[in-house]
Design a protein around this ligand. Sequence first.
Ligand SMILES: NC(=O)c1ccc[n+]([C@@H]2O[C@H](COP(=O)([O-])OP(=O)(O)OC[C@H]3O[C@@H](n4cnc5c(N)ncnc54)[C@H](OP(=O)(O)O)[C@@H]3O)[C@@H](O)[C@H]2O)c1
Length: 387
Amino acid sequence: MASSASGEVKEEEEEKKLKQKQKQKQRRTKKESLGWIEWMRGWFNVIYEMLFQRIIASHLQNPLPLPPLSDLTCIVTGSTSGIGREIARQLAEAGAYVVMAVRNPKAASELIQKWQNEWAGMGLPLNIEVMELDLLSLESVARFAEEWNARLGPLHVLINNAGIFSIGEPQKFSKDGYEEHIQVNHLAPALLSVLLLPSLIRGSPSRIVNVNSIMHYVGFVDVEDMNCVSGKRKYSSLVGYTSSKLAEVMFSSVLHKRLPAESGISVLCVSPGIVHTNVARDLPKIVQAAYHLIPYFIFNAQEGSRSALFAATDPQVPEYCELLKADEWPVCAFLSQDCRPTNPSEEAHNVETSYQVWEKTLEMIGLPSDAVERLIEGEEVICRYGR
Ligand SMILES: NC(=O)c1ccc[n+]([C@@H]2O[C@H](COP(=O)([O-])OP(=O)(O)OC[C@H]3O[C@@H](n4cnc5c(N)ncnc54)[C@H](OP(=O)(O)O)[C@@H]3O)[C@@H](O)[C@H]2O)c1
């Protein structure tokens, strides 16, 4: 008698739990924007970083001292300007073989010439190469990866740095049909990371470093409307930018989980801080002038490159990433502008949305849902945009 009563109680409890879970699921799937508390907290973080980043990062040297890196092969996207330009130069000066993956090869070649001249007499000539990559074309991404993988060499560090924030501009679409922020800041780096897995495995232990932003804290991803065209949310460049950066964190978290520990590939996102670069080129002239007036608060590109350089080279990083993987922690490693691990936004911890972003992203970039597993097994994967 007693055992059947306790059985009924258990059943009731389980039913209650199930209903609660279903309700939570419904609530989560219905979420159409950030809650206002999350949104306020997000903006608080952005403003806090802007006002105090120099104090928070005061323990860091500038430039960040790097160990000798002559064993490393690194690809840096968007290395003709701003943070990426600093990352590429400093990696090369520390001895790494650096590939500048850029949409303007002529500008990159001129930079290399300048750096070689400045470096003359300080050591061996810098080992840098230029390869063309236009993130507004997924075909260009696939071509780049195919060309690189065909060399059958190792890749130790991929730095997905290139990004856009077309402040105040109207909504624009790539020739692939995707909103430009989501394509340049999320879809194209995601495709590049997956397609380069064979080379990253050859270079293992290796790292994928995504130059993300504290602005992902105010982002929200609507998986059904990644292009922001349904009218549910009013498009602005801020919406485009912040949601693309959040999508990148979510995709990276699932990629990090999907890569088995034996692959030896660490996936990280970093915030460079608020940095004075060409990213502000689209700002109205008056705002740009104000930007110049507050140099105390804003990092220069060298200061802004430190978190990515740290993520790419610090020997403790792979161990930390492994710990997160083993820990069932739902997000990948995220380093702050002061090179310390920090938590990505609350929304980035939404496991369900992260998996939806993962699936939707693979669909959008034309890869099968088991692409990562197949590439790890050494199988060939056909992508809609190339091999
Ligand atoms: N500056 C900040 O305060 C800040 C804050 C948080 C995060 N970030 C992130 O840091 C990263 C670097 O930005 P930044 O501030 O250094 O800006 P930046 O000076 O404008 O540099 C962006 C780089 O990305 C490249 N790029 C843009 N569109 C591209 C495309 N379609 N294909 C290939 N490359 C492309 C640019 O190439 P071109 O030289 O040919 O234009 C440039 O080299 C971005 O991901 C950005 O979101 C910046």
